[in-house]
Design a protein around this ligand. Structure first.
Ligand SMILES: [Cu+2]
Length: 218
């Protein structure tokens, strides 16, 4: 009785949330916008359980062009990674080619499940593609005892924020799918991530003292 009452409440809640806004009711990335080409700390949120069921496993597929993926350690979940081949290889750190990369991260066998009415974050770090304007989608599945909640829908064609109709097209996509994959919009950063990659112009833009001025002051 209690179980069915809970299920009904959760089902109505989920349906209401779904019609209100597909974008906010489901799984999502906390970083909706990220600087293209940066090594970034990312977090995917499971927004709720499979209706009245608690979450016992979460899987995230790493999009094409995202490399050097490391899950952030947690003592609450067992974390596994499945790999895929990178063919042709891409240049990695220090010019060493990347031939394999993380395809899927799996969080499972938790010390305690995620209650169906709670959100939980799943963290990892990754090198984002240096493609400003691109929208990357992180297909994600919440797995419960009986059911599973897939957020795996992808657009038919890639989005580009430089497209004047981007906003309209993106809204149409989000409105036309029940289970859009969580996404991150890549923007052009004001300057490269690391100071050793900065140009003189970047240094001036940053408000930092140029090195020759520092030398003179000594
Ligand atoms: Cu949802």
């Amino acid at each position: 009785m209690l179980k069915s009452a809970l299920l009904t409440t959760a089902a109505i809640g989920a349906a209401a949330l779904m019609s209100a806004s597909t974008a906010s009711a489901h799984n999502y990335m906390t970083t909706l916008r990220a600087p293209a080409g940066y090594m970034a700390d990312m977090e995917a949120r499971a927004a709720h359980g499979c209706l009245a069921e608690d979450i016992k496993e979460v899987r995230i597929k790493i999009p094409e062009g995202v490399y050097r993926v490391t899950p952030i350690n947690t003592r609450e979940w067992e974390v596994e990674t499945e790999m895929r081949k990178v063919d042709p290889p891409v240049p990695g750190d220090g010019g060493r080619p990347i031939t394999r990369t993380v395809d899927t991260i799996i969080w499972k066998n938790p010390t305690a499940v995620t209650p169906y009415n709670r959100a939980e974050g799943f963290k990892f770090r990754a090198k984002l593609p240096n493609e400003p304007g691109k929208v990357i989608f992180w297909q994600m599945v919440n797995i419960c005892e009986e059911g599973r909640d897939p957020y795996t829908d992808l657009p038919e064609t890639a989005f580009d924020t430089k497209d004047p109709n981007f906003g309209k097209k993106f809204e149409e996509f989000m409105g036309s799918t029940a289970h859009a994959a969580p996404y991150t919009v890549l923007y052009k950063p004001a300057m490269p991530q690391y100071p050793w990659e900065w140009t003189q112009e970047d240094i001036e833009l940053s408000g930092m003292t140029p090195p020759e001025q520092t030398a003179e002051a000594k």
